[in-house]
Design a protein around this ligand. Sequence first.
Ligand code: SME
Length: 164
Amino acid sequence: MSFEAVTLVDDDKASSYQILLEQARILFAGESNRIANAANLSALIFNSLPDLNWAGFYFMDGEELVVGPFQGMPACVRIAMGRGVCGTAAQTRSTQRIDDVDLFDGHIACDSASRSELAVPLVHQGTLVGVLDIDSPIRSRFDDQDQQGMEQLAAAYVACIDQP
Ligand code: SME
């Protein structure tokens, strides 16, 4: 199996995300292991979306988040609920789209290159599983279409995993 990176262009971002979604579903087909699917989705996103410096997962581990499969620089391992962009996405169960992380109170700087961030909560049959997170070195990198595209990818991931 091989994948060509999808180049997302601003004037046709929605259809580019549809291609990415199809590629993700092909990767998940017949596989329900959440680590394997998270690893492949991280790699797919990181190598397809331009201007990212990090793409990956945090999973719920007891009362806090712990880092999962990702692409990019080494990241902070544990994040408390409500802390930083990811902890806020987890606690509120709502996507956090941050145009300028320097203006986000409590932002956790794992990679000092990060300037904007998009964190999508992962909810499996009512249970919070974790967060899908992407970072960019460019301010205001993510728009509505990126948010919708990433939320669709997160939903496709949650739909294929076998355990909360
Ligand atoms: N910046 C995140 C921490 C995770 S990293 O970006 C990989 C936050 O504030 O939660």
